[in-house]
Structure formats: structure tokens, C-alpha cells
Write a protein of this length. Structure first.
Length: 318
């Protein structure tokens, strides 16, 4: 046993701090055994953050042999002392039946406590359950309340979902300006759906003046994150020269990205470009390939285009 652990035997805070030093090698060599010893002593003295950390260790198998029941035991001890993170974790473990018998009612109670104690992930989860009526009665008003709490703590997904409620008038009075403001916050925080929505808002002038340059900017940001709809819209804007100089080669590139991702309108548009040789080298075979992909997915325009290819024997048998 490390002599420092013995000397600090009755000081929970100092024991926890010592555990951190040993765990991470702050000013000493990494010593996981001594770290765990210090954490256990601090937890036994009732220190919630030590109990919470041990709950995580045993539940995940980090530094110790996986023991989910013991992980749940430590997690609940911390949760009962008001640790909002542990309250959220206890809720998740009860919901999933991880280390404890599955109990949705108890999971819900811990989730509410965690949210009420300011845990932003719990606030978001609570709102999400209420919005979708998952295991509880659907309540858009309460969902909006908890999304607002999480959104104010910077949770980008909550900001996006709150914007959607304002845009559609669910649980709050419909307000395009407030929707725009929350979409913008979420977009600036990296939420790809909000970025795509901002593109739509600027493109159509919903609550703001039409601004195709801003629409192109936000579509492009979302497109670079892999959003297929935005990739298609970036391609359209390049093809038409809206918000950016006309460039059919770049348009074809973005149609191609969206097409490979399975976006059927992009598959059809890419087929058109290959059929006409617009922005790409003309290839009836490639055009027919993309028309067929979109047609099989139900795109009526692609089905019409595929019929024309057969009629003239372009890339397929006449």
C-alpha cells in the first residue's frame, strides 16, 4: 500500500486528488493500483465524485475487471448524493438493464432528477423522449422546455430540435425568427442538420431575406460533413450559378458524391450530365447506369430518362 494513501486515510478530497495523480502520472509515475486504492478509500468516505468515477470504471472495465453490478452500485451511491452525471448514468443503466434489472420507471425518475440538477445531456434526452412519446405521453410543451434548458447550455442537437419546434409550431408558438436564431446557433456549433436548414432558410427567405450567397455557404459546410441533401443543393447552385459562379464540372463532382451516397435526385441529375456531356465527358453507358440506379429507387424522372435511353439505344440495348 502506498504510504501517501495511508497518511491521507481520512481526507476524502485529498485521497481523490492523489488518485488522479497516480492515474495520470502527475508528478509521479503512473500507478493504477495505488490510484484505485485511493479512489476506493475516498468513495468509502462518501465522496460522490470518487463513487461516480469507480462506477464508470467498473461499468466500462477501465483499470478494473468489468463488473456492471458493482458499477451500478457505486453509480447509485453518487447519484443519491446529487451527482447529476451519476444520476444520468444510473438512468441509462436502468433503461438498458446494465448491471441491474431493467426498470423503465426508475430510469425515468433518475433522468428527471439529473435534468433538474442541470445535466445538459439528461435535459436533451428528457426532451427527446417527450417530443417523440418514447415510453411516456407525448408532450411538446415540456419537450420545448427541456430543449431550451439544454440549448442554453450549448447542446447543438438541442438547439437544432428547439429550432424545429419553433419552425413547426409544436409546443411553442410558431416563430420563424426564433427558429432561425436557434438554427444559427446550432449550425455554428457544428450541427450538420442545422447547417442544411440554414441553407434552406436563406435560399427560400424564411424569416430572413433571400441570400443565395449565405445559402451556398451553409449548404457547402453541411455538404463537406456528408449531408447528402446539401451536396445535391451545392451541385444545383454550381450548375445554375446561384450564390456562386456557374461551374458544371464542380456541379458534376457534387452530384457524384450525393449519387454515390444514394441520393436519387443526384443520381438522375448525374445521369443527365453524362448523357449531355455537361461538365463531364459524355458517356451514355455511365448515364444509363445512374438513370437505372435512380429509376430502381423510384425516381419517375429517371424512369422516363431510362425509357428514352432504351428507345434510342444509348448505353443500353434499343
Amino acid at each position: 500500500m502506498d504510504k501517501n494513501v495511508i497518511l491521507l486515510e481520512n481526507n476524502a478530497e485529498k485521497l481523490f486528488e492523489l488518485g488522479r495523480f497516480f492515474e495520470h502520472g502527475f508528478g509521479t509515475k503512473i500507478d493504477t493500483d495505488s490510484a484505485l486504492m485511493a479512489y476506493r478509500k475516498a468513495a468509502n468516505l462518501g465522496l460522490a465524485k470518487a463513487q461516480s468515477l469507480l462506477g464508470y470504471f467498473y461499468s466500462s472495465g477501465k483499470h478494473v475487471e468489468l463488473n456492471e453490478p458493482l458499477g451500478f452500485e457505486f453509480t447509485v451511491k453518487a447519484a443519491e448524493q446529487g451527482c447529476s452525471v451519476s444520476q444520468l448514468n444510473a438512468s441509462l443503466m436502468l433503461y438498458l438493464g446494465k448491471g441491474v434489472e431493467q426498470d423503465y420507471e426508475a430510469a425515468w425518475l433518475w433522468l428527471v432528477k439529473s435534468a433538474e440538477n442541470g445535466q445538459e445531456k439528461a435535459q436533451f434526452n428528457l426532451a427527446n423522449f417527450l417530443e417523440n412519446g418514447s415510453g411516456v405521453e407525448q408532450d411538446f410543451v415540456l419537450a420545448a422546455k427541456w430543449y431550451f434548458e439544454a440549448a442554453n447550455q450549448g447542446v447543438a442537437e438541442a438547439q437544432h430540435n428547439l429550432a424545429m419546434l419553433y419552425q413547426n409550431g409544436y409546443g411553442v408558438e410558431k416563430n420563424d425568427q426564433k427558429a432561425f436564431e436557434w438554427f444559427q446557433k446550432a449550425a455554428e456549433n457544428g450541427n450538420v442538420l442545422a447547417q442544411a436548414s440554414l441553407g434552406n432558410i436563406y435560399s427560400m427567405g424564411i424569416g430572413v431575406p433571400v441570400d443565395e450567397s449565405q445559402a451556398f455557404k451553409w449548404y457547402s459546410i453541411a455538404a463537406l460533413q456528408g449531408n447528402l441533401t446539401s451536396q445535391f443543393n451545392v451541385a444545383l447552385m454550381h450548375e445554375d450559378g446561384r450564390g456562386t459562379p456557374k461551374n458544371t464540372q464542380i456541379a458534376a463532382m457534387w452530384y457524384g458524391r450525393a449519387a454515390v451516397g444514394g441520393f436519387i435526385e443526384a443520381q438522375n441529375s448525374l445521369g443527365v450530365m453524362y448523357e449531355e456531356g455537361d461538365g463531364v465527358e459524355q458517356s451514355f453507358n455511365t448515364a444509363a447506369y445512374w438513370y437505372k440506379e435512380a429509376a430502381m429507387a423510384g425516381c419517375t424522372q429517371a424512369q422516363t430518362n431510362m425509357g428514352r435511353m432504351h428507345r434510342f439505344g444509348r448505353g443500353v440495348k434499343k
